[in-house]
Design a protein. Structure first.
Length: 431
């Protein structure tokens, strides 16, 4: 059996056609979704990129591994269970096409074939294009399609044009030349206009989707579709100029609002779940157990999450009554989301960018999916109940260990990583 994990970085679920978006941004992902299980309520356990991919590849939440931010003090050693390593140990071929090695070498661990298209250009880590990924992924697939394998493919589009190690202003989401005008009809072309910026974000999705289509077509052309699980997911979404209780006109992915942590998850299994829309709570860490089970490898007990196959084939109706998501990048926050739509956000440290943001937020997602009305003061009894549930959950995970988010906040430098990324500066017209 074979499995391919396709990650489209910084992808908002509500900007994909299979999740109801009106623009035709994703015909190939939509085509995959028609023949797959589409999860409506999947949450990233950890955001943004660094902790999110750590959770995805380890099958363990950041509260357990300690990786909740970009801090070099949060060490991941060989003692942490790692999906590619566990699969390789059982004789499967493992391969990745990704530049995550630049963030930390452990992202290459367990991959017998690790392709870094920009190995000699660290500043291009987050700006390489999907075609550059496919230049490595497609030949590898053609060469190894007769083997049992895990292939991990990470496309950075539509991530903002981050320039590592430079503080120069960066043009936000600038789409490839042939796609720039795809969604600009009838709107201003000013690079600081919100609708134009969103048009470029969407155009990048369309560009990446075309390249994902090439990958999907290759799977079918090689005749391995009937034995290959394909997982489509993202590491996190994106604020696209929304106003929140935290602040106004937010463009970022370092928080725990729905636009960032509620993510797309589409799984095409050769035998089950085809054409199903699944509305129960699931998490990004469920991918590890699901893939390993499909490939015939038993998961160790320390992994978080569940095998999603029983949900996909209808044998189970739900897995969680509540899920959690957290971030330690620029701010230290943890969110609890219940199966009936209540969401509690607790801020341990608001950081330097939004020091006056609320420390407690409560939302009724059924009535307020945009998280505009903070019910913290109106629903005090509910806040206290959810706080107790969060505390009990945290205690069950940590035992006697300290909370890594509180350790991060105690360092007093939750914003230290920001200057590393060019995209934190306001967009300006390119010269």
């Amino acid at each position: 059996m074979k499995a391919i994990i396709v990650v489209l970085d910084t992808q908002r679920r509500d900007h994909l056609g299979c999740y109801g978006y009106e623009r035709r941004t994703s015909p190939n992902v939509d085509r995959l979704a028609e023949d797959a299980a589409v999860f409506e309520r999947c949450y990233a356990t950890d955001v943004p990129t660094y902790p999110s991919f750590t959770a995805l590849l380890s099958g363990q939440i950041g509260t357990r591994t300690g990786r909740v931010s970009f801090s070099p003090t949060e060490l991941i050693t060989h003692q942490v269970a790692w999906m590619p390593t566990m699969l390789a140990a059982k004789g499967l071929t493992t391969a990745s096409v990704s530049t995550l090695y630049h963030m930390n070498p452990y992202f290459a661990a367990g991959f017998q074939y690790h392709h870094n298209p920009k190995a000699g250009a660290r500043h291009r880590t987050q700006t390489l294009e999907a075609e550059e990924i496919n230049a490595f992924a497609l030949p590898w697939l053609e060469a190894h399609h007769r083997e049992d394998f895990l292939l991990f493919v990470h496309y950075w589009d539509p991530h903002v044009e981050s320039v590592w190690g430079r503080k120069a202003p960066v043009y936000r989401y600038e789409a490839p030349k042939d796609y720039k005008e795809l969604f600009t009809k009838g709107i201003s072309r000013e690079p600081t206009d919100r609708e134009y910026i969103i048009s470029q974000y969407d155009a990048n999705i369309a560009y990446a989707d075309a390249q994902i289509g090439r990958l999907l077509d290759t799977v079918e052309e090689l005749g391995i579709g009937g034995e290959t699980m394909i997982v489509f997911i993202t590491d996190h979404g994106e604020n696209l100029g929304e106003s929140r209780p935290q602040g106004k006109d937010l463009w970022d992915h370092y928080d725990v609002y729905e636009s960032i942590i509620r993510i797309p998850l589409v799984i095409r299994h050769p035998e089950i779940g085809r054409g199903r829309r699944i509305d129960c709570l699931v998490q990004s860490v469920d991918v590890t157990r699901t893939v390993m089970s499909f490939l015939g490898v038993e998961s160790p007990p320390q992994l978080d999450g569940f095998d999603l196959a029983p949900i996909m084939d209808g044998k189970e109706k739900k897995l969680y009554s509540e899920v959690y998501s957290e971030t330690g990048f620029a701010t230290c926050k943890r969110a609890l989301i219940t199966e009936n739509g209540w969401k509690l956000i607790k801020s341990i440290d608001n950081g330097t960018m939004f020091p006056d943001a609320p420390h407690t937020e409560l939302y009724d997602l059924n009535q307020d999916p945009g998280e505009v009305a903070n019910l913290d003061q109106k629903e005090r009894a509910r806040v206290q109940e959810l706080e107790c549930r969060m505390y009990r959950w945290l205690e069950s995970i940590l035992g006697k260990r300290p909370d890594p988010l509180r350790l991060r906040a105690h360092m007093g430098v939750v914003g230290e990583a920001q200057p590393y990324y060019g995209y934190i500066h306001p967009p300006r017209r390119p010269s």
